[in-house]
Design a protein around this ligand. Sequence first.
Ligand code: HEM
Length: 504
Amino acid sequence: MALSLLLLFLFSLLLLFLPRRIWRYYNLCKAMRQLPTMAPPHWFWGHANIIELNQSFADKVYAWRLKNNININVFWLGPFRAMVSLHLPEYFKAVMKNPKAPEAYSLLEDWLGRGLLIENGSRWFSNRRLLTPAFHFDVLKPYVHVYNDCTDILLGKWEKSALNGETVEVYNTINQLTLDVILRCACSHFSSCQEKGRNDPYVKAVLDLCDLSAERFMNPLLTVNNFVYFYLTSRGWRHRKALKETHKHSEKIIKERKAVLMNEGRQERIAKSKLKCLDFLDILLLANKERKDGDGLSDLEIRYEVDTFVFEGYDTTANALTWTLYYLAKYPEIQEKCREEVRDVLRGRNQLDYDDLSKLQYTQCCIKEAMRLNPPVFNIFRSLTEDTVIGGHYIPKEAMIIIDITGIHRNPNIWKNPMEYDPLRFHPEHSKERDPFSFVPFSAGPRNCIGQNFAFNEEQVVIASILNKFSLEISDERIKERLDILPVVLLRPAEELHLKLTLL
Ligand code: HEM
């Protein structure tokens, strides 16, 4: 009897909700048919069977958009997931206040938990407020010494190669440098990742996680069931192993820092905070202790934030630096102009101070122009809280929104000769009239990048120090002509970039 009642209840629920779901799905399909699409979607795969994570697919999409002046279009991933891609600043503004799309970020959740990047709503708001002081100007200032110290290790390694007449491989060595920086600044952890290279198990695990998460995102079959993916596929086993490695690493760091804080006397702690030389983890741990609302972060939540900072803070910056070095090596006149500026500011010194950074105007233009053409975070995702009209197009709330940062940065309706590397577009004179939402490598609005000043300062120190010491040349003519992109979570170079360095 009880079972029959339960079945009846479930059946009534189904009858109540199913028609509405079917109606909404019909509504979604109808609206999506009004939007431009590259190819008719397959009934099951949608466009998942034609999307490729490579340069030639990106070229095809770009050529199609250019030919048809497309500023908005739809992709289907599987039969139910419609993704509307936006490539105009005003379209971005129209959706920026909407929450992150959980489906897009949930695949990073096993790794990053519900840290700042993924969390939505009041919990995000409260944590963002808690973490904002960690990126205050006074906290960032002393980090210039960390950038310098870590860059010195890189310069030493590159000097050896230059003296031996060997080329240097850029992306991986820079990646180790930015990881070294973020670990020191986020949690005063002095890893030896620059010396151990790719053999460092943590570095390997993080890189694996990036690749595996992206593959999973693009393949609807891998997202059907977590148990099947994690326990019954070889990819899932690798994924679990990498997760275990990264979490073990972060937990160890947190434990060590907690022990240090416990041992420090109260006076010492206050003195330290007055000097404003706290690392991000210190700020988290101290703020946590001082919170009176009983709503502090648990150890697990602190791990979420540490993993988020490391994920957000190192590979992004490494990609931005790699692409900047690529363009500087490709265009020797621009490289030389940049070097002249750096040397003018350094005046015979080897290292930059914080106050020097504001004087590196042309260098800043070069970095920005590299991030315009190849924004490390090339797509961000939102879900609509209600059906919305974007640029005259009706978009039901079931569609996932992609803000296509590369699409905005290369949109010919905004940028003249968008595919040309021209740093002077960022000269203050030339950018006065430009809509700030035309250049959004760090996103914009309330969910913008909390670490953007940290990253931009670091990029300037690294680029200036390299240019001060070496002249750069791309060793392979084919790569010099064209270095393809590999859009896997971040916009990476598809092939190794080797530079020939001459000591100056
Ligand atoms: C060149 C380097 C970087 C780039 C291009 C970059 C880009 C971005 C972008 C586009 C977002 C928005 C993501 C979204 O809406 O899904 C973001 C968010 C974020 N970034 Fe960065 N980032 C960089 C460096 C950093 C660094 C160094 C840190 C930390 C030290 C950091 C921490 C974060 C965090 C915590 C968020 C989430 C903020 C929130 O939602 O409140 N990023 N970043």
